[in-house]
Design a protein around this ligand. Structure first.
Ligand code: C2E
Ligand code: MG
Ligand code: MG
Length: 703
């Protein structure tokens, strides 16, 4: 039924068998702005109603044929007319008629004799209230539809938190069935903590008259569910709480956060997460005037684990390391300090084998060394990976806010620099950042750059140091040593640039060039008919790890046409510790070609006899540091004698390096060291001078 809108005059149908009554009623209603039509009987009324519904019906009760009650009942049976307001005209004090009028669906009555002005007002009033009722019903229907469409649960509560009404949300189950909480207080139904939250929200919502939001979680039969409750006041003493189950959103948000903020391999916070936390800690530290330490930890030789045992073992090791750090760094009595509780210590994995630890709220720097020591102690215990037992060490660099950097980027950079310094200091140690380190780093980078250019410009050359037989000074070997003539800085010692060349990988090209040069010189000497002893070339561990090392040595031997039996390769002890079957095999194949192997700087590393035996080693070179101490330093003398004895028992040759004095020579002769290398006999010489010496074939030491 269309609403009687403002623009249209409302229509009224007057039904009365009395002609005079109809006329008077029509006159009255017209004055009250109705468009009036008339029916003289119930039958006629029904016919007219079938065509169109009026906005108001004025109906006489008492008519021959179909009376007013009957018409009203008919009307109410029609769906489109249930709401047409009906005023019945009854006899004065005819209580029975009045009762029947209401029963048959009338909205109001007016008794005869009619008070005419009242009739007009009454008609207007009935019309208006019918319209409001209709509007209200429409609104309610609309609201009910909206509420039905909302997946949330809706609770109506009073100020005290008593549940007054409830609408289930589809898919969402209440904590307890509705019948158990309706009429009861929140605190009687929900866990105290949650009830407290809701009651506070309720209190604020009703007091302030605005929307309050509460987040809480409840243990449901399947799992913990997360909810968001929005509480809006509804009248002065009530509030509606719309509760949404946000478990899924929460879970996926957490998953996204995990992916974005956590390292997938170890589950540790990742770089972004770390930087965010560090910035936050710095902000707090600035306000509180505290210090913050950043420890940058890098596993030593992790690449070796990856190269020798494979990346999956490397991954497992990283997981084991991070688990141990996570579980045990905080635990234990060393760390039971307030500065290192949940908020004060942040562990993260930056990537690769790099981990960071942030120590916030530092009151003293002692804590830093304690944690650094603790980190090293934690890693010192071997890791059991399947049947493999792996020992790792770490180098740790430390930078402190605000002393070493004002922001996260500067701190990270400086902790990284300090970490490299720790590596330079022989690894497995920790170093605090010092300002001089930055200049060191810059210098190192410049050096690396210069090395690159040096390769292009051919600035390297090779010098030769003879090795002599102890008893008579006969030249039994030559060591090839690289030299770098820097265009501006002059001669740079290999001790200064070899480590940089190793780190940058440039050693591969440099090593290749030294080997080729040495072989060419040998070839030249050979062509000149000189008797050439074995020529030793130093090989860095990095070269040995490269896959085509074997091929490149064989190729250079073939290319220069030297006798492979004249070539010796000096290895470092560290390479023996890597039991890579393929590499051992490569050594043996080179040995089959004729190439000899010796171990350089022997005694400074950790090689054990069992390792040496796996490789086709022919000679040990006693490191200069021991030779320097003999004969006066008891330890050095002891070690030197022990190495000589051990070498002989293994059937290995032995040579002492760095022999400078006659006293050293005397000691070594008595200890039965067969060969000697050192300034006492000769410094490294340019090839032409070496050639002259070869012609002589022997060197007599100065008396
Ligand atoms: P190294 O292989 O132990 O070489 C011996 C070093 O001791 C050489 O230093 C040599 O000049 C020096 N030396 C020899 N006799 C004496 C002595 O009586 N007293 C003293 N104080 N020193 C003596 P250099 O040439 O400066 O080389 C240093 C290190 O650089 C070498 O130690 C070696 O590890 C490395 N190196 C040199 N050339 C090469 C190369 O071509 N490739 C690689 N990978 N490393 C090289
Ligand atoms: Mg050497
Ligand atoms: Mg040496």
């Amino acid at each position: 039924m269309p609403l009687a809108d403002e623009a249209r005059r409302p229509t009224a149908l007057i039904v009365d068998d009395d002609h005079v009554m109809r006329m008077l009623e029509k006159e009255t209603l017209s004055q009250f702005d109705f468009d009036v039509r008339e029916a003289a009987s119930g039958e006629e009324a029904l016919t007219m109603l079938a065509e169109a519904a009026p906005d108001l019906l004025l109906l006489d009760v008492d008519m021959p044929g179909i009376d007013g009650f009957e018409v009203c009942r008919h009307l109410r049976l029609r769906r489109d007319m249930t709401e047409v307001p009906v005023i019945m005209v009854t006899g004065m004090d005819d209580i029975e008629s009045i009762t029947r009028a209401y029963q048959s669906g009338a909205n109001d009555f007016i008794a005869k004799p009619i008070n005419w002005p009242v009739l007009g007002h009454r008609a207007r009033y009935v019309l208006r209230s019918a319209q409001s009722a209709r509007q209200l019903r429409d609104l309610e229907e609309k609201q009910a539809a909206i509420v039905r469409a909302i997946p949330d649960m809706i609770f109506l509560m009073d100020r005290q938190g008593v549940h007054l009404d409830y609408k289930a949300g589809f898919g969402a189950t209440p904590y307890v069935p509705a019948e158990q909480f309706l009429g009861r207080k929140v605190a009687e139904v929900l866990p105290a903590e949650v009830a407290g939250l809701i009651l506070r929200g309720l209190e604020r919502a009703t007091a302030q008259g605005d929307l309050q939001s509460v987040l809480y979680q409840l243990q449901m039969p399947d799992c913990i569910h997360h909810y968001e409750g929005r509480i809006v006041p509804s009248g002065p003493n009530r509030a509606v709480m719309v509760v949404r189950d946000i478990t899924l959103e929460k879970v996926s948000a957490e998953k996204i956060k995990r992916l974005a903020y956590f390292d997938t391999l170890t589950g540790m916070p990742n770089r972004e997460n770390f930087l965010e936390k560090l910035e936050l800690e710095l902000l707090r530290a600035r306000q509180a005037g505290h210090r913050v330490a950043l420890l940058f930890l890098d596993l030593d030789d992790f690449k070796r684990v990856n190269d020798t045992l494979g990346h999956s073992t490397g991954d497992v090791l990283l997981q084991a390391v991070s688990t141990r750090l996570k579980e045990q760094l905080r635990a234990g009595d060393m760390i039971a300090r307030p500065a290192l509780d949940e908020t004060g210590l942040h562990l993260a994995r930056l990537g690769g084998d790099e981990f960071t630890i942030v120590l916030a709220d530092l009151e003293d720097t002692q804590t830093i060394s304690m944690v650094a020591g603790r980190l090293q102690a934690l890693l010192a215990r071997p890791f059991q990976l399947g049947s493999q037992e792996i020992t790792v060490t770490a180098s740790i660099g430390i930078a402190v806010f605000p002393d070493d950097g004002e922001d996260a980027a500067a701190l990270l950079k400086h902790a990284d620099t300090a970490m490299y310094h720790a590596k330079d200091q022989g690894r497995n140690n920790w170093q605090m950042y010092e300002k001089t380190l930055t200049t060191e780093t810059t210098a190192r980078m410049t050096l690396e750059n210069d090395l690159r250019k040096a390769l292009e410009r051919d600035e390297f050359h090779v010098v030769y140091q003879p090795q002599v037989r102890t008893e008579d000074g006969a030249i039994v070997g030559i060591e090839a040593l690289v030299r770098w003539q820097h265009p501006e800085r002059g001669m740079i010692s290999p001790a200064a640039f070899i480590p940089v060349a190793e780190d940058s990988g440039l050693i591969l090209a440099i090593g290749d060039s030294v080997l080729r040069t040495a072989c060419r010189h040998m070839r030249t000497w050979q062509e000149k008919g000189l008797k050439i002893p074995r020529v030793a070339v130093n090989v860095s561990a990095r070269q040995l790890r490269s896959h085509d090392f074997l091929e490149s040595v064989a190729a250079i031997i073939a290319e220069t046409g030297i006798d492979a039996d004249r070539l010796e390769l000096e290895l470092t002890e560290s390479i023996l510790m890597e039991p890579d079957a393929q590499r051992i095999d490569a050594f043996h194949r080179l040995r089959t070609l004729g190439v000899h192997f010796s171990i350089d700087d022997f005694g400074t590393g950790y090689s054990s006899l069992s390792y040496i035996k796996r490789f086709p080693i022919g000679m040990l070179k006693i490191d200069q540091s021991f030779v320097r101490g003999v004969p006066d330093n008891g330890d050095d003398a002891g070690i030197t004698t022990a190495i000589i004895a051990m070498a002989s028992s293994l059937g290995l040759e032995v040579i002492a390096e760095g022999v400078e004095t006659r006293a050293q020579l005397e000691f070594l002769r008595q200890a039965k060291c067969q060969k000697i290398q050192g300034y006492l006999f000769s410094k490294p010489l340019p090839p032409a001078d070496m050639e002259d010496l070869l012609r002589l074939g022997r060197i007599t030491p100065p008396m």
